[in-house]
Design a protein. Sequence first.
Length: 474
Amino acid sequence: MFWIFFVLLVFSSGDCILIGKIDNNILIGNIYKSLWNITQSQCICEMINSNGALSTLNYFSTNQTCQLFYTSYSSILIEFSLNSSLIFLNQSAIFIAQNQITSTTSSSSISTLLSSSSTSTTTSSTSTTTSSSSSTTTSIAVRVWAATGNMAAPRYRHTASTLVNGQVLVAGGYNGSTYLNSVELYNSSTGTWTTTGNMSSARLAHTASVLTNTQVLVAGGYKGSNLNSAELYNLSTGTWTTTGNMSFARDSHAASILTNGQVLVMGGYSGGFLNSAELYNLSTGTWTTTGNMNFGRDAHTASTLANGQVLVTGGSNSNGSLNSAEVYNPSTGTWTTTGNMSSARYAHIASVLTNGQVLVTGGQGTGGAYLNSAELYDPSTGTWTTTGNMSFARSIHTASILANGQILVAGGYNGASYLNSAELYNPSTATWTTTGNMSSIRQYHTASILANGQILVTGGQANISTYLKSAELY
Ligand SMILES: *[C@@H]1O[C@H](CO)[C@@H](O)[C@H](O)[C@H]1NC(C)=O
Ligand SMILES: *[C@@H]1O[C@H](CO)[C@@H](O)[C@H](O)[C@H]1NC(C)=O
Ligand SMILES: *[C@@H]1O[C@H](CO)[C@@H](O)[C@H](O)[C@H]1NC(C)=O
Ligand SMILES: *[C@@H]1O[C@H](CO)[C@@H](O)[C@H](O)[C@H]1NC(C)=O
Ligand SMILES: *[C@@H]1O[C@H](CO)[C@@H](O)[C@H](O)[C@H]1NC(C)=O
Ligand SMILES: *[C@@H]1O[C@H](CO)[C@@H](O)[C@H](O)[C@H]1NC(C)=O
Ligand SMILES: *[C@@H]1O[C@H](CO)[C@@H](O)[C@H](O)[C@H]1NC(C)=O
Ligand SMILES: *[C@@H]1O[C@H](CO)[C@@H](O)[C@H](O)[C@H]1NC(C)=O
Ligand SMILES: *[C@@H]1O[C@H](CO)[C@@H](O)[C@H](O)[C@H]1NC(C)=O
Ligand SMILES: *[C@@H]1O[C@H](CO)[C@@H](O)[C@H](O)[C@H]1NC(C)=O
Ligand SMILES: *[C@@H]1O[C@H](CO)[C@@H](O)[C@H](O)[C@H]1NC(C)=O
Ligand SMILES: *[C@@H]1O[C@H](CO)[C@@H](O)[C@H](O)[C@H]1NC(C)=O
């Protein structure tokens, strides 16, 4: 018999888990209970005898009891916060992938990686040393996509806003036949949706901004024609009230909340590509125009930087996909061009990293080419540097910052297929690793960070005529 051992040991203030791989069978056990002594009936059997039904893969043994393990319909993912320990259990294709994660926790931890292979019959050979003090790492994070409650309505090009009470407010979009005015709230404790007050106008490709007074401002969009209207959602009453109109109707624009609480809305489309920008003042409920951007653009991104300025990147206009970027200074109300991205891109995503840099991912470049590239903006120099490529080209995907500082990118479209794939960017290594697939392929979906650190993905489009009401959690 041919044995292969791939053993990862993680110690963290009492929490530890041991994973081994023998042939194509993954073994999981508690370090205090030697894995090699656990019999098939106790643990391993659950995974290898599953014969098509993945439910039997949903268990792993720790202290000789089997425990329900987080899973999606088709995959199980276990991730450690070590640099080399992503183990993906796929019934038909078990493999060990490299994962680059760093984290810093102080207490009592050391990690050991043992990797060996031999042709011996049993495994008394592996030994492990554990030093009692160390500065390295180790929390164990279990990450996997799991289904959660469906929305009442299928929808794409909607918005999703995480509210101060932890709920997620999903508003508007399109269901395949109707522009939606309907709004739903997700309760992460129960994993269920409830409908709440309708917006006074149906809309898609609008923006939603959570204001400092906890109201949500929805602005612009499209429902057969472009909208200049805006409305406010009051969490206490669950109702919407219209507020001042923008000076310009617009969809596919962007919105950012400034440090003074005002909302800056910029660009978009309304029969032409807009370079205009306007500010919403909550006290007066009115909009005032501010400086124009240097370029009209839609499908761009806007990110509030640590210094309070707003970085706009890319987008498209009558010149096609744009490589330009510009920065809004709230104290002067003016825009200044900053370094060009190395690739023009629209329908991309920008994420502000914990180190203050801005990561842009994917989108469509010159000639509409679908991009797997990513680049980083350094606000202190105003310049871009390319970073690792994603495994998959994608546009109209989502990107979310996880609690560990990594960026989770999910779904989208690559020109040929809608995607269910997801991948993680590690800012410290500038590399991407694939992670578990979503249950559904999706584009024009949303991703929201929940208070518990999970990512809620909602809706989107699974093909040209299929609009999704499903949601899933990472
Ligand atoms: C396996 O179990 C036996 C009996 O409980 C014990 O004596 C032995 O030390 C265990 N071996 C390992 C490697 O834990
Ligand atoms: C493992 O043992 C601990 C302590 O006895 C217990 O709290 C825990 O529930 C057990 N875990 C499983 C999966 O049985
Ligand atoms: C993990 O990181 C350490 C320190 O950077 C390095 O020496 C080691 O080779 C890495 N292991 C793997 C499997 O990449
Ligand atoms: C599992 O592996 C099989 C065979 O490689 C592959 O077709 C399937 O897509 C994988 N499932 C997931 C969820 O990755
Ligand atoms: C879309 O919404 C409209 C209005 O609520 C409804 O009549 C229609 O059945 C919905 N279509 C789908 C595909 O859900
Ligand atoms: C979410 O559901 C739980 C359980 O029903 C409830 O206690 C909680 O109040 C709900 N959260 C909100 C914000 O309504
Ligand atoms: C919301 O609007 C839909 C039609 O778009 C309507 O069927 C429904 O009754 C409305 N709900 C409320 C609470 O007004
Ligand atoms: C929301 O509605 C409640 C109840 O009518 C009201 O007291 C509160 O002032 C409203 N909140 C805002 C921000 O207007
Ligand atoms: C906003 O604009 C719409 C037309 O787009 C108009 O019907 C409405 O009266 C305006 N509302 C306000 C408050 O000016
Ligand atoms: C919003 O309007 C109020 C009332 O005019 C004004 O006092 C306040 O300074 C404005 N806020 C900002 C950030 O301009
Ligand atoms: C298109 O590019 C030309 C040449 O760079 C420039 O003069 C023009 O302003 C651009 N148009 C738009 C809409 O950005
Ligand atoms: C940025 O790119 C544009 C063309 O898209 C070019 O005209 C401009 O000179 C570039 N700016 C810099 C600073 O390289």
